[in-house]
Design a protein around this ligand. Structure first.
Ligand code: RM4
Ligand code: MN
Ligand code: MN
Length: 425
């Protein structure tokens, strides 16, 4: 892949150089230094979710492609391809037990040999696992039965332990807990029980670890979800302590919610921990980031850029992807996603903050909005491509991936031989 990237970049070098020069000149006229921007885009990193490396599905069906990874070790190979091509995806977020590594040390070594490390680990108390003593049918951390709650806590502690062996330093907790009918669940007591369980997990959090609470308005609970909105998530993170913060999944908002406002509020409260990037049209659709509403994605990044520029945030929150690739090749979809995120991030850096502030202070609605539109409508393609090139990635990752024949090769390898797990397993 490395040779293929170099060859493809060389073939595109002249045209790319010209495009970049034109953009550089434009930006210079706007008082911006393209090299500084390129370095800022180079610093952007996002984690790839282990569960998005295979084809996803809906409750109506799943249509897997061929040559997909058969286990978490093969998922690391695919993640490494995404990182090599983009230079911006050096970590994987694991979902356990979906991607229970068995011997975590072996997985860490395998991943690290491929240049991949681990981001936040994710617990799963929304599905029953074979052999499990108690069912999560009526909840996990919110369950009325203390034995179920204990089992869910034990699982979460296990996920943290696996994460420690993988050298991860954060856990994301999304709970499906909720009710489908009025009266089914005591609305206040269920929340108190969730907080109590989270407090037990928080008390056991290893040094240097962070805990992210992730809210979601509905699904699978269709009447009342316990951690349904950013306010509930904030209450939990606040009650837990300084190492707990909120995770914003872009698909976890009721229609028309102003997500950038949610982001601004959490930044203001010092409780924005991280993101699950994706896009949606109706609900938690888990579509490719930037595919439906790229302006909204830009406006979210704009809040981050603003808070980083004025020092409200001293470092970016944890950037992670949470998508379900039902139709696209998962690697291709993730390459497209990273590119979209890099573009939104780059555009947010083009916002003329001094002008925006001046127009806001003067209540000049039109010019204030125009500042954002000027940044959003700039074609940052050459800038993002150059950032990737300097990261030893590809100017055009998707073209290199398609030309490499990687999926075809894996189709043969992964179909032909019976799967041989790495040796020490
Ligand atoms: C949920 C939520 C969680 C993800 C699961 C698979 O809707 O987004 O982050 O781990 O789906
Ligand atoms: Mn999520
Ligand atoms: Mn979701």
């Amino acid at each position: 892949m490395i040779d293929a990237i170099e060859l493809a970049n060389a073939a595109r070098a002249a045209a790319h150089g010209r495009d970049l020069a034109v953009l550089g000149e434009q930006l210079q006229r706007r008082g911006m230094d393209v090299d500084v921007l390129i370095e800022q885009v180079r610093a952007f990193e996002v984690a790839v979710p282990s569960w998005a490396l295979g084809t996803g599905g809906t409750r109506f069906g799943r249509f897997p492609g061929t040559g997909e990874p058969r286990d978490v070790f093969e998922k690391m190979e695919d993640a490494a391809v995404i990182h090599r091509l983009t230079g911006a995806a050096p970590r994987v977020s694991l979902h356990i037990p979906w991607d229970e590594p068995g011997d975590a040390r072996t997985l860490r070594d395998h991943a690290s040999a491929l240049g991949i490390a681990f981001d936040a680990v994710n617990s799963n108390t929304f599905q029953d696992q074979p052999g499990q003593a108690h069912s999560y049918k009526f909840g996990s951390f919110s369950h009325t039965d203390a034995a179920v709650r204990r089992q869910a806590i034990e699982h979460t502690l296990h996920v943290i332990e696996v994460g420690q062996r993988l050298r991860s330093d954060a856990i994301t907790i999304w709970l499906a807990d909720g009710s489908n009918y009025p009266g089914q669940m005591h609305l206040r007591k269920s929340f108190d029980r969730v907080l109590d369980c989270l407090q037990q997990v928080y008390a056991a959090l290893p040094q240097g670890w962070r805990l992210f609470t992730e809210h979601k308005p509905y699904e699978p609970a269709f009447y009342a979800t316990v951690v349904q909105d950013w306010g509930s998530s904030y209450l939990l993170a606040q009650a837990l302590g300084s190492r707990a913060s909120c995770l914003v999944d872009l698909g976890h908002h009721l229609p028309n919610t102003c997500i950038e406002l949610v982001v601004a509020r959490l930044i203001g409260a010092g409780k924005l921990g991280g993101f699950h990037f994706n896009d949606s049209k109706y609900g938690d659709d888990d579509l490719t980031a930037g595919s439906i509403d790229p302006y909204r994605l830009f406006l979210v990044f704009n809040e981050l850029a603003d808070a980083l520029a004025d020092g409200t945030l001293d470092s970016p929150p944890a950037y992670m992807i949470d998508q379900s690739h039902n139709l696209k090749d998962p690697i291709e979809a993730l390459l497209q996603t990273v590119d979209q995120l890099q573009r939104a991030h780059a555009k947010s850096l083009l916002v003329d903050r001094a002008a925006l502030t001046a127009h806001q202070e003067a209540n000049d609605v039109l010019l204030a909005e125009s500042v954002l539109q000027a940044a959003f409508s700039t074609d940052v393609g050459p800038l993002v491509a150059e950032a990737r090139r300097r990261q030893a990635g590809a100017i055009d990752p998707l073209a290199v991936f398609r030309a490499s024949g990687y999926r075809g090769q894996k189709r043969e390898e992964r179909a032909a031989a019976a799967y041989a797990p790495p040796q020490s397993l």
